[in-house]
Write a protein that binds this ligand. Structure first.
Ligand SMILES: [Zn+2]
Length: 508
């Protein structure tokens, strides 16, 4: 099926699902757009499956669930205080005290024969061991006209080592020869492990779709943003360099020169005679392999995710499969934005979910980008000037967005959601569905400190959701996790959906 045919089929399926929902309860009701929600599997047993589904449908008009088939991205350092405390009949449990079950999808063990990597086997006494969540959820979703989709986020660092057997054998190799914290997507064992995982997940579990996620940025950005030694020089990446005619020797020389300069700047070296940005540009001109590899690195992820889509489709051709585009990738990593366009991401996906979390964008851009970039390539600018530059270069309206001093406790505006969604919609040109991630009540993750609550305002949130549709989105995904979402904000989503002027399923 070509993409245009797929698009109309997928839209038809979403619309039909929404129709059956509305027909069951209110025969004359209009069609609903796709309104998905991200939710941890344990939330269903914490609060009760039927209760959660009814609450999501009644408050936020949710008609699609994204549930982790493999819970590899939970943060056990999250204080219970930052989770929602107003879900009826449930008091949040301190994550540090929980023993999370990680593998929630049913698998046939033989499917992993011959694989280097395996999912670690959950201990027999983890929470909700033995529950067949997807089998329990499917009829309840069907009854309510809700689509049931799985999701994954790849693990990294200590998590990866704990959750995936032999993870240490597929790690990236950095310039200094040390193993990195991520697995390498150019490693065929890592790719095939996930291909087998998603295919078997669809064979054994009643899922209608899936969202793939890999939250990672490129080596040049990581060097500037975190001072991390560039990667990857594993033998599979060496082969890729050779195949793409990127000289490994010159790449290493370039990384070494840029690394030395960035590290010196991050330690407080004085201003170079020609200024920081010119010096950086000079290094890139002398070592263009660094830019070439930044793009190859991003392309290897796209290829890997595309292969996962094909694995799922080989089992279930009609599955709705899309890609989570994390906040750095969507909103402030300028190298990623240049390396791979939304149009290229759309090649293999049925939908894209760019993260456009307007509230938490403000402190994230402040601490994760401006503060870090000011240590090296933007050190000639004050952070206020850097923010002006960021707004201009990334196409945001400084009149709508927070001033520098307001960022840590502030929020980006619904206009940011509009502009970022429209950028995606325009870029994909109708070849795939766009479901931006609308985030709220997301805690702010700080280095060496527990996450801090960053509560959202219902009226601003409702406006943000409305703006996503005005920008041409076919649906939205309510983020980040159900356990964080306060009821007034879930209701704000429902209000925005009800107040949409026409059906969210657009005719373009
Ligand atoms: Zn590699």
């Amino acid at each position: 099926m070509d993409r245009r045919n797929f698009l109309s089929t997928a839209l038809g399926a979403v619309t039909a699902t929404a129709c059956s929902t509305t027909q069951a309860s209110e025969p004359a009701a209009r069609k609903l757009p796709f309104i998905g929600v991200q939710i941890h599997p344990f939330s269903f047993y914490d609060e009760g499956i039927e209760r959660v589904l009814d609450l999501l449908q009644e408050t936020a008009s949710i008609n699609a669930l994204f549930v982790y088939s493999h819970l590899y991205a939970s943060d056990q350092q999250m204080p219970a205080e930052v989770l929602a405390h107003d879900h009826p009949g449930f008091t949040p449990i301190d994550p540090k005290l929980r023993r999370y079950r990680r593998v929630w999808a049913r698998h046939v063990p033989g499917e992993f024969d011959g694989q280097l990597l395996r999912h670690a086997i959950d201990a027999a006494d983890v929470e909700f061991a033995g529950k067949d969540l997807f089998a329990e959820l499917a009829p309840q979703c069907h009854k309510r006209g809700m689509k049931l989709l799985g999701r994954i986020l790849e693990p990294r660092g200590r998590h990866g080592a704990e959750l995936i057997q032999n993870f240490s054998q597929v790690l990236t190799v950095s310039l200094d020869g040390k193993p990195g914290t991520n697995a390498c997507w150019n490693n065929p064992d890592y790719r095939s492990f996930w291909q087998v995982t998603v295919a078997d997940t669809f064979r054994q579990n009643p899922l209608e779709g899936f969202m793939l996620g890999a939250e990672r940025t490129g080596p040049l950005y990581r060097l500037i943003q975190a001072g991390e030694s560039p990667s990857c020089f594993c033998r599979h990446c060496q082969l890729r360099m050779k195949d793409r005619e990127i000289s490994e020797r010159r790449l290493r020389t370039g990384y070494a020169a840029i690394n030395e300069w960035i590290q010196a700047m991050r330690r407080g070296a004085s201003r170079p005679a020609d200024g920081a940005l010119v010096t950086f540009l000079r290094l890139l001109m002398r070592h263009p392999e660094v830019l070439a590899w930044e793009r190859e690195w991003a392309l290897s992820l796209e290829e890997s995710l595309g292969a996962l889509v094909r694995s799922i489709k080989s089992v279930k051709p009609a599955a709705l499969v899309g890609r989570h585009i994390d906040h750095q990738q969507s909103s402030w990593d300028i190298f990623y934005r240049a390396a791979v366009s939304y149009s290229e991401m759309a090649e293999s996906m049925n939908f894209l979910k760019p993260v456009v979390y307007h509230d938490i964008a403000a402190p994230r851009v402040n601490r994760w980008m401006l503060a870090e970039f000011s240590k090296s390539i933007l050190s000639d600018l004050s952070q206020t000037q850097s923010l002006d530059l960021y707004y201009a270069v990334f196409g945001l309206d400084p009149q709508q967005e927070p001033a520098f001093q307001e960022m840590l406790s502030g929020s980006f505006s619904p206009d940011y959601v509009y502009r970022e969604t429209k950028r995606c919609v325009d870029s994909v040109g109708g070849r795939t569905l766009v479901y931006p991630g609308i985030g709220f009540d997301i805690p702010f993750h700080r280095p060496n400190a527990p996450p801090l609550a960053h509560p959202s305002q219902p009226d601003v949130l409702a406006a943000a959701a409305t703006k996503a549709f005005e920008a041409g989105a076919e649906g939205i995904v309510v983020c980040r996790e159900y356990q964080e979402m306060r009821l007034p904000n879930l209701r704000a989503i429902g209000r925005a959906v009800r107040d949409l002027p026409t059906s969210g399923s657009k005719s373009r």
